[in-house]
Each structure stands twice: as structure tokens, then as C-alpha cells.
Ligand binder design. Structure first.
Ligand SMILES: Cc1cc2nc3c(=O)[nH]c(=O)nc-3n(C[C@H](O)[C@H](O)[C@H](O)COP(=O)(O)OP(=O)(O)OC[C@H]3O[C@@H](n4cnc5c(N)ncnc54)[C@H](O)[C@@H]3O)c2cc1C
Length: 375
């Protein structure tokens, strides 16, 4: 697509914003307000950063002038979708952070798209609820950005995909039309489900301004276990046992990584140490979330006994630790959450476990890529 060059439009664009703010006032604290930067190959103009416009007005102007627009949430996306590459107007959602409300009976939560994931989660925690997903980038990424990327997150195994939790959306299209897809009903089986088009669309079809989610009750207790295993097969077998026999429905997360990941994390985040006594080729983290601290802990203990006992002999579990308190559990999670950044910043050897593949193909694919990228 051929978009307008902003070099010639920068002055009219800045004039347009100034005139609008002069005529209608600044929308800084109002609903539906965005801040903008004009980005060209040689310059980024954010001189009007303290002003903001209703999104529909700005979208219409950009559309009429054929100016490319890139929506930006927390800018944490790992594939650069929020970063302008040519002459583009960056549309930041940083000022749309309002938490609109929670229906405590149905668990329906309404929030503006620029709200930071962690802020939304803490707000919900105070009311006995939680966000239905969690990411390492939670301190910076936005709920709108999560929906735009259909973020998977760390608790998919328990709570399902984000797509299945979005009940409604408000979206501003390129021509400034506001699409109100804000259902508040968990079971809405009327007509076409248009909001699904915008989930995972990376801003290509419109800017998400408001999100309505179904949120679960916060579990009373969480336990975390880390096992060092010999092979991917061993990790799969232990996980299957955990889900089918020892822990059942309380398994809330499982994560898998290799020794290189752990070494990178320890290099990039020196406060994090190897939690096990022996180096292991692979690691499996299992988290449970339930309502009875003693029962839930006992279930993981039985799993541990199985893994190191006669019955589990030959599976290939080398070492393991069961977190004794919340702080230790968080430290184990910090290793997992540090992996994307550590691999990115840790010396040019970039590969990922955060990919969607059939379980049986995951390890082989990652290892091939690991060898290819890191030698
Ligand atoms: C440490 C770390 C851990 C991560 N872990 C995971 C993980 O476990 N699972 C996973 O799936 N992802 C993960 N990610 C990537 C994750 O998808 C993004 O970080 C997050 O969802 C993007 O949110 P954001 O607000 O930062 O969006 P941005 O990075 O600002 O934008 C991402 C894309 O969405 C578009 N966009 C942003 N906001 C809107 C909006 N309101 N309307 C329309 N389009 C919009 C942008 O144009 C861009 O294309 C991780 C990233 C990091 C840095």
C-alpha cells in the first residue's frame, strides 16, 4: 500500500492537532483519548505529546490524508508490530487506562484498552478475581495489546485461550467509525461473532479501545514445582501423570525449557541462581492453583515421590524442588519469565519456546532452531 509521506504532512498534522485542541479542549483525561507521535525515517515528532484527541477524529483525519497509523500499547510485542517502520502516526493508548468495573456475580470485567495487565490483575485480586492469563511482560503490556496479539500466556492450560475469554470489544475503524461490540453476556449466541476478527489482528483492522472479559475467581493457594529432566519425553510423561493421576484439574500452568535458557537467564539476571543442585539438560515447571493449601501441597509431594520412587524409575527425572512458600515459587517463575528477555539480550543466540505447535513437534523444532541460530 502506498501511504502519504509525512515529511510534507507533518506541519498540517501538527496544525490539525493544535487547532482541534484549541477548539474543543484537550482530551487528556477524557474517555477515548489517544496521544500521537508522527514518525518519519529521519524524525519523530512528539512535541504535542501532552495533547490528545478522540480516536475517531484522528483516525478519520489520517484516513482522509492516507496516513499510515500504528496503534501502540505497552510496546512489549516481540515481533515489532507496534514499531513504525515508515512514515506513520503512532497512536498510543497510554492515556486510556480506566478500569470501568466488575460484575462480581457474573465475573464480567470492563476495562479501557490501555490499562496495564498487572494493574488490572491487582485491581481484580483485591476483589477476589484475577485476569484469565498472565505474561512475563505484565508490568508493561496493555490489555488491548494482549487482545490485539491474542496473547497466550502462562496459564492457558487451566483457563484456555484469551480468545475464549473476550466477551466484548469496542473498536475504532480506519475511517473513524466506532464499532460497539460490547456484549456483557457470557453466553451470547446471537448472529456473527464480529469481535473475533479483531482478536489477534495486531491492529490491522482497527484500534481496540475497550475490552470486556470473563474473569475467573482467584484461587486461594498456588504451589510451584520445578523438575530437572533428561529428555522432552520425560517431561511429557511427568506432566501426563500430574494431570491424570496426582493433581488433576488443579494444574494451572506447565512450562518447559532447556539448560541454555537457564544459563542465559542467570547471565542476564545475576540475582537468579540455579535452584537445583545438579545441572540438568531440561526443566519442567508445574504450578497448581486450588483452594486447600495442605491438600494441594500433598498432591505435588505425591507426584515428587512418584518421580523419584521405584515407580518412576527410568522415566528420567534427575532433580527437583517443591517451593516452600510464595516467595520461592515466585523465584522459580522469575526464571521462566526471564527467558524471552534473556534469549533476546543474551548474546545474539535467539530461539524460542513460546511457539504454538503440536506437543509432539515442539522440542524437535526448537532444538533445530537452537542449533541453527546458536551453533
Ligand atoms: C517478557 C515477555 C514475555 C512475554 N510472554 C508472552 C507469553 O507468554 N505469551 C504471549 O502470547 N506473548 C508473550 N509476550 C508477547 C506479548 O504478546 C506482548 O508482550 C503483549 O501481548 C503485547 O501487548 P502490548 O500492549 O505491549 O502491545 P504492543 O507491543 O504495543 O503491540 C503489539 C501489537 O498489537 C497492536 N496493538 C497494540 N494495542 C492495540 C490496540 N489497542 N488496538 C489494536 N491494536 C493494538 C500493535 O500495533 C502491535 O501490532 C511476551 C513479551 C515479553 C516482553
Amino acid at each position: 500500500l502506498a501511504f502519504s509521506k509525512l515529511t510534507s504532512l507533518l506541519v498540517p498534522w501538527v496544525d490539525f492537532i493544535s487547532n482541534h485542541v484549541h477548539k474543543h479542549g484537550n482530551f487528556l483525561s477524557g474517555e477515548d483519548s489517544f496521544s500521537f507521535c508522527a514518525h518519519t525515517k529521519t524524525t519523530t515528532n512528539c512535541s504535542l505529546d501532552r495533547s490528545s484527541l478522540p480516536s475517531r477524529v484522528a483516525r478519520r483525519y489520517c484516513n482522509d490524508q492516507n496516513i499510515a497509523v500504528v496503534p501502540q500499547g505497552g510496546n512489549t510485542g516481540l515481533v515489532g508490530g507496534s514499531i513504525p517502520v515508515q512514515d506513520e502516526v503512532v497512536m498510543s493508548l497510554a492515556r486510556m487506562q480506566e478500569i470501568v468495573g466488575l460484575d462480581e456475580v457474573s465475573g464480567i470485567f470492563t476495562v479501557q484498552a490501555g490499562c496495564i495487565l498487572e494493574t488490572a490483575n491487582l485491581w481484580l485480586n483485591d476483589r477476589g478475581f484475577m485476569m484469565p492469563y498472565d505474561l512475563g511482560a505484565k508490568g508493561s503490556c496493555t490489555v488491548g495489546g494482549n487482545v490485539a496479539t491474542n496473547a497466550g500466556g502462562l496459564q492457558l492450560v487451566r483457563y484456555g485461550s484469551l480468545r475464549s475469554k473476550v466477551v466484548g470489544l469496542e473498536v475504532v475503524l480506519a475511517d473513524g467509525t466506532v464499532l460497539d461490540l460490547q456484549s456483557h453476556v457470557r453466553k451470547d449466541n446471537t448472529g456473527y461473532d464480529l469481535k473475533q476478527l479483531f482478536i489477534g489482528s495486531e491492529g490491522s483492522l482497527g484500534v481496540i479501545t475497550s475490552v470486556i472479559l470473563e474473569v475467573p475467581i482467584k484461587p486461594k493457594v498456588k504451589n510451584v514445582m520445578l523438575l530437572g529432566v533428561e529428555t522432552y519425553d520425560a517431561a511429557q510423561q511427568v506432566l501426563a501423570k500430574a494431570r491424570r493421576e496426582f493433581c488433576g484439574e488443579i494444574v494451572s500452568a506447565c512450562e518447559y525449557w532447556d539448560r541454555t535458557c537457564l544459563e542465559r537467564v542467570m547471565h542476564v539476571f545475576p540475582t537468579l541462581r540455579d535452584p537445583l543442585t545438579r545441572p540438568c539438560p531440561f526443566y519442567l515447571l508445574i504450578e497448581t492453583a486450588g483452594s486447600n493449601a495442605d491438600h494441594d501441597y500433598a498432591k505435588l509431594e505425591t507426584l515428587m515421590e512418584y518421580a523419584f520412587g521405584e515407580e518412576g524409575d527410568g522415566i528420567g527425572v534427575i532433580d527437583g524442588i517443591l517451593a516452600q512458600d510464595e516467595a520461592q515459587g515466585q523465584t522459580l517463575w522469575a526464571i521462566r519469565e526471564g527467558i524471552p528477555v534473556a534469549l533476546k539480550d543474551g548474546g545474539g543466540c535467539m530461539y524460542k519456546y513460546d511457539i504454538s505447535l503440536p506437543i509432539h513437534a515442539l522440542d524437535k523444532t526448537v532444538q533445530v532452531r537452537h542449533e541453527w541460530r546458536c551453533g
